[in-house]
Design a protein around this ligand. Structure first.
Ligand SMILES: Cc1cc2nc3c(=O)[nH]c(=O)nc-3n(C[C@H](O)[C@H](O)[C@H](O)COP(=O)(O)O)c2cc1C
Length: 271
């Protein structure tokens, strides 16, 4: 994968597909990438390409998807961050192949997907995604849905990134070499486009936080907004790696004072 920030800028959720098979070569590429995906938590995420007809897989918001990607993981601490990180690496890889995806945590026949994934006790399948070629034109439902969620908008840089403490918004100038990795974070997809990620930059460390809203935690999905932060951290790490910044993940709350709805998640240190 090359030029992560470009892939991040190009990506959008695709809910209307052209219905065409993606062909053996692209399937093989996806499968071999899925088998190699790693995340900095070292928590395995198992991916499968699923044929909708075989398992009667449906989603009320998706039309014409030739395939779905299912994913599951053990129910363990940091599962959400790891799941978000690994799945988003696959989303960006699909984007690099010209394939569209959409993270789905709610609007799908969850039972049918869990069956197709052979979900066992102690495992969780928080989200799935369709994968295929985008249709030339979005369905009316997709267009309306994007408007409803304001899917094309994002919070500004200074609203989500901070300089040393949550009191001081970070400017792109001050962010220096971190400006691009942080821009990739800012543009990430999130459940209902809530953008719950926040980050405090302190010297060469970027402390990631989750600003929680009500209604995003369930037994079936875990904490969807923590998955969002995992997605954001994937964008950060892949962009930083490409720039030669060698990001390293640690988990250790730096004790920066924050609001009650905001929770420390993890820190990336860069070289
Ligand atoms: C964890 C997660 C769960 C999501 N679940 C759904 C879903 O159930 N149905 C849906 O239509 N979109 C879902 N989305 C897609 C978001 O609505 C979308 O990413 C957001 O509105 C931003 O739009 P964009 O992806 O086109 O940039 C989900 C996204 C994430 C990250």
């Amino acid at each position: 994968m090359e030029n992560i920030l470009e892939l991040v800028r190009e990506r959008r959720s695709v809910r209307t597909f052209d219905g065409k098979d993606i062909g053996g070569e692209l399937k093989e590429k996806l499968v071999s990438f899925m088998e190699k995906i790693e995340n900095p938590y070292g928590i395995p995420v198992e991916f499968r390409l699923l044929e909708p007809e075989e398992y009667k897989l449906t989603s009320a918001v998706i039309t014409g998807a030739p395939l779905y990607i299912g994913a599951k993981s053990a129910r363990t601490e940091h599962m959400e961050e790891a799941f978000g990180f690994s799945f988003e690496a696959l989303v960006l890889y699909a984007q690099s192949l010209g394939l569209g995806t959409t993270w789905l945590g709610g609007t799908m026949d969850r039972k049918a997907f869990e069956k197709a994934m052979e979900l066992n006790d102690g495992e969780i399948m928080p989200c799935v995604s369709p994968v295929g070629f985008p249709a030339a034109k979005m369905s009316l439902r997709e267009t309306l849905m994007r408007k409803g969620i304001k899917a094309d908008k994002r919070l500004s840089f200074g609203e989500v990134f901070f300089d040393g403490s949550f009191d001081t918004p970070l400017t792109e100038d001050r962010a220096g070499a971190l400006a691009e990795p942080l821009e990739a974070v800012r543009l990430a997809p999130s459940a209902v486009n809530k953008q719950p990620w926040r980050a405090v930059v302190s010297r060469n460390s970027v402390h990631f936080y989750e600003k929680r809203s009500r209604g995003y935690v369930s037994d079936a999905t875990g904490d969807l907004q923590k998955i969002d932060v995992g997605i954001a951290m994937c964008h950060f790490a892949l962009t930083a790696e490409e720039l030669g910044l060698s990001p390293v993940l640690t988990v250790g709350d730096p004790g920066i004072s924050c609001e009650e709805d905001t929770q420390y998640v993890a820190t990336f240190s860069v070289g």
